[in-house]
Design a binder for this molecule. Structure first.
Ligand code: NAD
Ligand code: DAU
Length: 331
């Protein structure tokens, strides 16, 4: 079975490649990645002889047509993925997330290939802190940022191509991932690498905002479950009941790294900052039999801290530029 994986030099896609080679060796893997600031080829170095790597843009119609035509399945991770960047400059988000997904859709339509589109719980907007509700597959779309609205747009394109053209696609909307190889612009690796660099962790606003954390391997196992058993045309929410507010997560990281748990600083809040995400995962659990394996966030954070501590070479060169961009915004 030949599988084209877009965006696999990034965090979740790279973990997907490692996971697939380990657990599902029947797949022959081709990666398409533009190697933007978020892509890092070294993440795939240890498996370079087991995959085909193509550097290129998902908006390149000719290239995408050729690669999709030569594969059986497309798993589409490639995206501009960071909310804060989308607030600085939305255009790459419009181009990659919307035009790029449309380009993939036209190719899978022409070649009649199976597509799985990777999306986010942020398409649903946010929930109040005291609301007992969680997002379900029928929650109306209500995205807040340029990033989440571009992902919502991409989902709607997939839905339209399924209905109007009979494209064989599924969609998954996952909550906040953590684990190895996550770009240090993101919350958890930013704080770990701050502490490793002798800098205080940075908490946006009061830190009451809640995210529903899931280990990246649980996300990728769920994607394989959908590829194996998912119903064409369906959308599945992926989450591991991992709700925590940001203040608690920073305190946990500080404690696990042997620091005083109050040794962080409050910085400017994110404009339009979503308050709470929470996933009701009962559809994928009930219909497809998927279950998360890494539900102990403290243990997952401990392993992630160990990974960033041991892999200084992977992130060190990126740190100064990331922090300079945040500093301009008082973050
Ligand atoms: P990431 O930013 O770490 O990686 C994105 C990858 O896409 C990079 O390798 C980059 O080079 C590549 N890319 C960007 N533009 C491209 C283009 N035009 N053509 C080809 N490649 C391009 O992102 P991530 O956190 O791994 O997220 C992967 C996917 O999962 C995204 O679609 C994101 O919306 C979704 N998602 C992420 C999370 C999360 O917590 N990180 C949660 C739910 C869903
Ligand atoms: O919910 C899924 C989404 O999770 C994905 O679609 C996105 O691709 C992914 O980046 C993530 O989005 P968030 O905006 O929730 O993640 P981020 O890591 O940027 O921030 C997590 C929370 O931490 C958020 O409430 C903002 C806060 N934060 C972030 C940073 C970088 C801080 O308090 N301090 C920080 O330094």
């Amino acid at each position: 079975m030949k599988m084209l994986v877009t965006g696999a030099a990034g965090f979740i896609g790279a973990n997907f490649i490692h996971y697939t080679l380990k657990h599902r060796p029947e797949y022959e893997l081709t990666v398409l990645d533009l190697l933007t600031y978020a892509g890092d080829e070294s993440t795939l170095e240890s498996v370079r002889d087991k995959i085909t790597f193509v550097k290129g843009d998902i908006c390149d119609k000719e290239l995408v047509d050729k690669l999709v035509g030569g594969n059986d399945i497309v798993v589409h991770f490639a995206a501009e993925s960071h909310n804060d960047n989308s607030l600085r400059n939305p255009w790459p988000f419009i181009q990659t997330n919307i035009v790029g997904t449309a380009t993939i859709l036209e190719a899978v339509r022409k070649h009649e290939k199976r597509l799985h589109h990777i999306s986010t719980d942020e398409v649903y907007g946010d929930l109040e802190l005291d609301d007992p509700a969680k997002f379900t597959e029928t929650t109306p779309y209500n995205p807040s940022s340029p990033y989440s609205s571009s992902k919502a747009s991409s989902d709607l394109l997939v839905k339209a191509w399924v209905r109007s053209f009979g494209v064989k696609a599924t969609i998954s909307n996952c909550s906040n991932n953590y684990g190895p190889y996550q770009h240090i612009e993101k919350f958890i690796p930013r704080q770990i690498t701050n502490i490793l660099s002798g800098v205080k962790p940075k908490l946006y606003g009061k830190g009451e905002n809640v995210r529903d954390w899931i280990h990246v391997d649980d996300h990728n196992a769920a994607v394989h479950t959908i590829l194996d058993k998912g119903k064409i045309g369906e959308l599945y929410l992926i989450g591991a009941n991992g709700e925590q507010n940001n203040k608690t997560v920073i305190e946990m990281i500080l404690e696990l790294m042997g620091k005083d748990k109050s040794d962080y600083e409050h910085v400017n809040d994110r404009p339009g900052h979503d308050m709470r995400y929470a996933i009701d995962n009962s559809k994928i659990v009930r219909e497809l039999g998927w279950q998360p394996q890494y539900t102990d966030l403290r243990a997952g954070l401990e392993a992630t801290i160990e990974w960033y501590t041991e892999n200084n070479d992977w992130w060190q060169a990126k740190k100064a530029e990331v922090e300079a961009a945040y500093a301009k915004q008082g973050q």
